[in-house]
Design a protein around this ligand. Structure first.
Ligand SMILES: [Mg+2]
Ligand SMILES: [Zn+2]
Length: 173
């Protein structure tokens, strides 16, 4: 089991990075990890990185699904990873969208990527040093969120087709 040295994290986008992207899906039975994701996360965990999901979920603001449905997704992912020896320390999401349909969620916020609110909140709540941490995502908004949070590793964009197979540069610090 990994020795937690404390402090450093890998922040993971969810859709198209950790799991295959099925738009607005909250059905746990349709959730599939991307190729190599679980193995990559195990390696990162073994090296002392603490793992957090940071995800835009505008489907909440748009009325496509509830936060309750999303917490079932969170539990499913966390359990599936746990059974495979990967411990997910936190699951942070932005439920907002400026053009949302639901009052209270239809706002311009600071947590929707490319803003860095999810990363800074996770860092604050878990004692993470952002300057020792990384962001992994499949689109440039993910990388921009990392850049705004001042992560040194935010330039490493892992493409959708590559899943987490692009992890090697991360491990060569
Ligand atoms: Mg994505
Ligand atoms: Zn937000």
């Amino acid at each position: 089991m990994a020795i937690k040295e404390g402090g450093r994290a890998v922040f993971l986008d969810k859709d198209g990075t950790l799991i295959e992207n099925v738009p607005y899906n909250v059905d746990p039975t349709l959730i599939r990890f991307t190729t190599g994701a679980v193995e990559g996360l195990r390696l990162l965990g073994d090296r002392g990185y603490r793992l957090f999901v940071v995800s835009n979920q505008p489907g909440v603001a748009l009325g496509r699904f509830s936060e309750q449905a999303l917490s079932r997704v969170e539990r499913h992912i966390s359990e599936e990873l746990g059974e495979r020896g990967v411990s997910l320390e936190g699951f942070y999401y932005c439920p907002h969208h400026p053009q949302g349909a639901l009052p209270g969620y239809a706002v311009r916020c600071s947590c929707r990527k490319p803003d860095s609110g999810l990363l800074t909140q996770a860092a604050r709540e878990h004692g993470i040093e952002l300057t020792r941490s990384w962001m992994v995502g499949d689109i440039l908004d993910d990388i921009e969120a990392g850049r705004r949070a001042r992560l040194p590793g935010s330039g490493h964009c892992v493409t959708k087709s590559a899943g987490l197979r692009g992890r090697e540069p991360i491990l060569k610090e």
